[in-house]
Ligand binder design. Structure first.
Ligand code: GDP
Length: 330
């Protein structure tokens, strides 16, 4: 058994090659939910969804979010998802106590869909509608994610980091804003001064997540601040990582990122935006996978390979390096 911690780009890329060293059925993926938003009443979970679409073979691999070739067939897709997991057709009433109750899980990240600031495809939206409706019917995010994973025929187990609300708030010189405002609406333009995970102190990692963290853990090349940070902010997670073998793939080549705002965010939280900064932020990591061109000197075992992932062969090469690094982890 092995557990991957995932954000929405670097780790899903790596998961494309998971079968190079691991049985996909023995793999658990724990996804960040700090990026989630409620948009027009629908709960959107970008990192869970990228892994769902990646595992289901439908991911738009240009953007690394959304469904490839998405269309306007929202209604048909809602029916398809429900029937894929034998959910009875409606009308489906929410339990009486839920009729007037707000969604606790959507705290601190509710947005109107008027002039919708995030692009949501129609089939993509069917996932959000199904997820939100099952939550309203009383399921947990973990239970809903299991149903969606079945609907997309995932080989591996996919878990949200928590069934409780955690919202990633980026504090900038232009004020505090949700991560999606910072990244999607403002394109990472405001200077970051801090990042906080609202709700993390009282949120719990699920028992399924704590169980998965007792297996060896792979931290894919995800953003250490806003993808891995919310998972680590949950009580008990760092302790669990301390107690199990952990390998991390650097999302940097020395001080160069492959994509996204990892450097700006690392700087904002006072970390060096580099592989050295990632290693300093991850004291519990037992061995690293670094790019062949990354000469960073770390006092921990390192396996070098070309860590750029453009296709499945690349992903398999990096996964093989991960397995080699795990073998070196004490
Ligand atoms: P987000 O949720 O979209 O921010 O995605 P992640 O946190 O999962 O991934 C973002 C990180 O992945 C960035 O820091 C990138 O530098 C890194 N990344 C993207 N593509 C690659 C790649 O091909 N190889 C490696 N090693 N890292 C990558």
């Amino acid at each position: 058994m092995v557990t991957f911690l995932a954000g929405g780009t670097g780790t899903p890329k790596l998961l494309d090659g998971v079968d190079a060293a691991f049985d996909p059925a023995a793999v658990t993926v724990v996804a960040n939910t700090g990026d989630d938003v409620e948009l027009g009443g629908h709960l959107v979970c970008p990192d869970l969804d990228t892994v769902l679409f990646q595992g289901g073979g439908v991911l738009d691999r240009e953007t690394w979010w959304g469904i490839d070739g998405d269309t306007t067939a929202t209604h048909d897709e809602l029916g398809r998802l429900a029937s894929a997991v034998d959910l009875e057709a409606g009308p489906r009433y929410l339990p009486p106590e839920r009729q007037t109750e707000g969604r606790r899980l959507a705290r601190w990240r509710r947005f109107s869909a008027v002039a919708e600031f995030m692009e949501i495809g129609d089939r993509d939206r069917a996932v959000h509608l199904t997820r939100t409706s099952l939550l309203d019917e009383g399921d947990t995010l973990t239970e809903v994610t299991r149903l969606l994973a079945d609907a997309f025929d995932l080989d591996s187990t996919l878990l949200p980091m928590s069934d409780d609300p955690v919202a990633t708030i980026v504090h900038t010189e232009a004020g505090a804003m949700h991560f999606q405002e910072y990244w999607v609406a403002r394109r990472a333009a405001p200077t970051v001064v801090d990042v906080k995970f609202r709700g993390a102190e009282t949120a719990e990692p699920t028992p399924e997540v704590l169980d998965a963290l007792s297996d060896p853990v792979v931290i894919g090349p995800s953003n250490p601040v806003t993808s891995v940070g919310p998972i680590r902010a949950l009580p008990g997670v760092d302790e669990a990582l301390d107690a199990t073998p952990v390998v991390a793939v650097s999302p940097f080549v020395e001080d160069e990122v492959f994509s996204g705002p990892a450097a700006e965010l690392m700087r904002g939280v006072g970390r060096d935006p580099s592989t050295a900064g990632v290693a300093a932020a991850y004291p519990f990591v037992d061995a690293f996978v670094l790019d062949a061109d990354d000469g960073t000197d770390l006092a921990r075992p390192v396996v070098h390979t070309d860590t750029r992932i453009d296709d499945t062969d690349d992903a398999r090469r990096v996964v093989s390096a991960v397995a080699d690094a795990l073998a070196e982890a004490p």
